[in-house]
Design a protein. Structure first.
Lengths: 215, 82
C-alpha cells in the first residue's frame, strides 16, 4: 500500500542518510508510540520495552546507509524491532511468541463463542443455531464503547492474549495496518494472520459483550 | 444462493467465518452462503455488527505515551552517530 506517509518516509530516510537531525526526530515522533506498543508484547515491563525501542532505533542508524527501500521504511523498522526483541528474549532465556515459526501449524484454538450458547447438533428445529443470542449494543453504542473504562478493558484483554495473537491484533486493528504489511513484519502467512486475528478479535468482542450486556 | 447440495450455514459456522467475511477472504460461494444466512438471521446480523464495533473500538485506543527522556536519549545517540 503505497500511502502518502510512505512517500514521506522515503524523503525523511534520504535526509537521515545525510545525517539530518530534524528528519530523525520526525521519524522517531511518527513511530515511537507504535513501536513501544509492539515492544510491550515481548517485554515483561515498560522499562524493557523502552530499551527494545531504543535498540531498534540504533539498528536504524547502523543500517540506514545500506537501506535501499526494497521494503517500506516502516516494514524495515518494525522488522528490526521484532528481531531485536526476539534475540533479547532468547538471550534472557524467555520464550518468545512465535509467529516467527511462519508456516508452522497453529494450535487448535477455543471457539469464537462458547458452545453452550448454541443449540445442539441434533436440535430438531434449529441445530447449531443460537440458543443464547447476542443482544444489540444499541443504535449508537460509540459513547459507551469509547468510554475510558471500556478502552481500559480492551487494553487489558489484549495484554492477556497469547503473544502471537497480540502481535497481530496490535498491528492490524490498533495500529490499522494492512494484512500484507503485518505478514511481512511478522513473517507469517496470510492464512495464519487471519486465524490469529480471528481468535484475538473474538476474544475482545466477548469481553465487550460481557461488559456492555452483563445479564 | 443455497442449493440442495450445498448445506446452509449454521450460526455456529457464522461466528467462525466472520473474520474471513469481513477480510474479504471467503470464496464467492461461501460468501453468498454467508450473506444468505445473514439475510434471514437477525442474531448473526447483530453478531456481525458487534464484530465491526469491536474493530472500530480497537482503532481508538490511546497512543502509548513516550517518555521525554527516551527521546532525549535517542537524540544523544543520534549526535554521536552523526
Amino acid at each position: 500500500m503505497a500511502s502518502h506517509a510512505e512517500h514521506d518516509d522515503a524523503q525523511l530516510v534520504d535526509a537521515l542518510k545525510r545525517r539530518d537531525e530534524a528528519a530523525f526526530v520526525q521519524l522517531v515522533r511518527r513511530y515511537q508510540g507504535p513501536l513501544l506498543r509492539l515492544a510491550l508484547v515481548y517485554a515483561g515491563s515498560r522499562a524493557v520495552a523502552e530499551e527494545i525501542v531504543q535498540d531498534a532505533w540504533l539498528g536504524v542508524l547502523q543500517g540506514v546507509e545500506k537501506f535501499e527501500g526494497r521494503s517500506s521504511f516502516k516494514t524495515w523498522l518494525f522488522r528490526i524491532l521484532v528481531n531485536r526483541a526476539r534475540t533479547r528474549a532468547e538471550r534472557e532465556g524467555r520464550t518468545v511468541p512465535f509467529s516467527a515459526l511462519g508456516g508452522a501449524a497453529l494450535e487448535p484454538g477455543e471457539p469464537a463463542v462458547a458452545a453452550e450458547r448454541f443449540r445442539g447438533p441434533s436440535d430438531p428445529q434449529w441445530p447449531l443455531h443460537w440458543a443464547v443470542p447476542p443482544r444489540s449494543w444499541g443504535a449508537s453504542p460509540e459513547e459507551q464503547l469509547l468510554a475510558r473504562e471500556t478502552l481500559d478493558l480492551v487494553e487489558r484483554v489484549i495484554a492477556a492474549l497469547p503473544p502471537a495473537q497480540r502481535e497481530v491484533i496490535t498491528l492490524r486493528d490498533v495500529e490499522g495496518w494492512a494484512a500484507e504489511e503485518v505478514c511481512n513484519v511478522l513473517g507469517i502467512s496470510e492464512t495464519n494472520q487471519r486465524v490469529l486475528l480471528h481468535r484475538a478479535r473474538s476474544r475482545v468482542r466477548g469481553a465487550l459483550e460481557s461488559h456492555l450486556d452483563p445479564s | 444462493m443455497a442449493t440442495a447440495d450445498v448445506p446452509e450455514l449454521t450460526c455456529k459456522d457464522v461466528v467462525e467465518l466472520v473474520t474471513d467475511y469481513v477480510e474479504g477472504a471467503l470464496s464467492p460461494l461461501d460468501r453468498s452462503r454467508f450473506d444468505e444466512h445473514l439475510s434471514t438471521c437477525p442474531y448473526c446480523q447483530i453478531y456481525l455488527a458487534q464484530m465491526r464495533e469491536t474493530i472500530r473500538t480497537l482503532g481508538h485506543l490511546p497512543e502509548e505515551a513516550v517518555a521525554p527522556e527516551a527521546l532525549e536519549a535517542l537524540l544523544a545517540r543520534f549526535r554521536r552517530w552523526r
